[in-house]
Design a protein around this ligand. Structure first.
Ligand SMILES: *[C@@H]1O[C@H](CO)[C@@H](O)[C@H](O)[C@H]1NC(C)=O
Ligand SMILES: *[C@@H]1O[C@H](CO)[C@@H](O)[C@H](O)[C@H]1NC(C)=O
Ligand SMILES: *[C@@H]1O[C@H](CO)[C@@H](O)[C@H](O)[C@H]1NC(C)=O
Ligand SMILES: *[C@@H]1O[C@H](CO)[C@@H](O)[C@H](O)[C@H]1NC(C)=O
Length: 397
């Protein structure tokens, strides 16, 4: 009798403890889970049922008296006045000494941070090599690294010195007088569109990219040439990996936290992942105009780009081989089509070698080879729960 009693109590104890533990875990996780799920549901409902982004028209525009103000830059204004250039190359898009504007297919901005010397060097040696594109692909591309100033005062002088030497050697940096921080990325975005408008308005396309992505330059150039040749293809274009109906993050400890007073609505306009996207020249001009009118205090640069585009009536287009987060799987059948891949710092060189090699061998692949590659891509990309680089649809292109 006594034994059974003790036995029961022991069982109940274990049960109680387990229940308590599970509840605790649930309570701790619930806030995150709840926020994530609920914000996405709200956002999708807003995006697909309500789908009005009328608010962009009124409340996010800066008032005209702010626009006309010329008393220096302020982080909460989207006015005409920008930050001043510390390093600049106004002649980058000219044909040469004494010549006029060069015929530039692509103006390529890489968003870099002052201290990322090695990443910039890796890009110059590989996919950012202008001479390679010119000699191998017969097209003119201009590469510029977009920078602010080092946020840490104690290191700034030293880093700035190194930057000047780097620029002396390669002449491919542009730098403005703002702190190079995550929350100033929108300032950097505005700098790029401003620079394009001022010094290279003839470029057929503009691309903006992170310094930790890989760009398959031969594929990108081929794609852009194809667009240029197609009827009206080089107009009204904004292409990349689209985020549709993304909700603002309201968790205070997140990197992407956006308070209600900065953006009160439950859904962002559709935008392309900031890792790398391309716009045509006419869209670049429209975005530039929008940056003069919109309040630029929203510091997530790709979302701000989405707001500018929405305000100007430009919609993003999806390209299955532009990546959002995540790397492209290593396989020559993937290299055949890939445009961008995210999250590379040290392996850019080997990836470039392989991409170049596979471009050379692709032409000799033939019908069976192509069939084989489609099968390989299906096996790599169409696995359940496999996300983040290219979608399954990419296997069939
Ligand atoms: C931009 O928006 C922010 C936050 O909503 C606001 O504090 C600021 O005054 C606005 N700036 C202008 C120039 O309208
Ligand atoms: C860039 O490409 C050219 C032409 O292919 C090549 O001669 C040169 O060595 C390359 N530069 C670098 C830094 O790799
Ligand atoms: C952006 O840069 C400006 C100018 O250097 C600076 O005053 C501001 O604090 C920076 N903003 C952030 C969020 O770092
Ligand atoms: C913004 O509002 C004005 C006036 O209400 C209207 O004429 C204009 O077409 C709107 N612009 C967009 C992009 O919806």
């Amino acid at each position: 009798m006594f034994m059974t009693f003790r036995h029961i109590r022991k069982c109940q104890c274990v049960q109680l403890l387990t229940t308590g533990l599970v509840l605790c875990v649930l309570m701790v996780c619930w806030e995150d889970l709840d926020h994530h799920v609920v914000s996405h549901i709200r956002s999708y409902a807003y995006r697909y049922l309500v789908n009005r982004y009328d608010f962009l028209n009124s409340s996010l525009f800066v008032s005209s008296n702010h626009r006309l103000r010329k008393d220096g830059p302020s982080s909460a204004s989207g006015g005409l006045e920008g930050y001043s250039y510390i390093i600049n190359h106004p002649g980058k898009c000219r044909g040469g000494p004494g010549k006029g504007r060069a015929n530039v297919l692509l103006l390529l901005f890489v968003k870099s941070s002052p201290e990322n010397f090695e990443r910039r060097q890796a890009i110059r040696n590989t996919w950012g090599n202008e001479s390679f594109v010119w000699s191998e692909l017969g097209m003119s591309v201009r590469l510029l690294f977009a920078l602010g100033i080092h946020p840490d005062v104690s290191q700034r002088f030293q880093v700035q010195d190194a930057l000047r030497q780097e620029d002396w050697a390669y002449r491919d940096l542009i730098q403005q007088n703002f702190l190079d921080t995550f929350h100033n990325l929108t300032v950097k975005l505005i700098m790029q569109f401003h620079w394009n408008q001022m010094y290279c308005p003839q470029a057929h396309f503009l691309m903006t990219a992170d310094d930790d992505i890989f760009v398959h330059m031969p594929n990108l150039v081929k794609y852009l040439q194809h667009l240029l040749r197609s009827q009206s293809g080089a107009k009204d274009l904004w292409v990349g990996h689209i985020h549709k109906g993304a909700p603002p993050v309201r968790l205070k400890n997140s990197k992407y936290y956006v308070p209600y007073d900065l953006y009160p609505w439950p859904s962002y306009p559709d935008y392309t992942a900031g890792a790398g996207y391309v716009v045509s020249g006419d869209v670049a001009t429209k975005i530039y105009q929008a940056t003069l009118l919109l309040n630029s205090s929203l510091y997530i640069d790709d979302v701000f780009m989405g707001m500018c585009a929405k305000a100007m009536g430009v919609s993003p287009q999806e390209h299955v081989y532009f990546s959002g987060e995540g790397r492209a799987p290593y396989h020559s059948c993937i290299y055949d089509h890939m445009i961008t891949s995210h999250g590379h710092a040290t392996d850019v060189c080997s990836l470039w070698q392989q991409a170049i090699y596979s471009t050379a061998s692709r032409n000799s692949r033939g019908f069976l080879g192509n069939l084989y590659c489609t099968a390989v891509r299906v096996m790599i990309l169409c696995r359940p729960y496999f996300q983040n680089t290219y979608s399954c649809a990419a296997a069939f292109t």
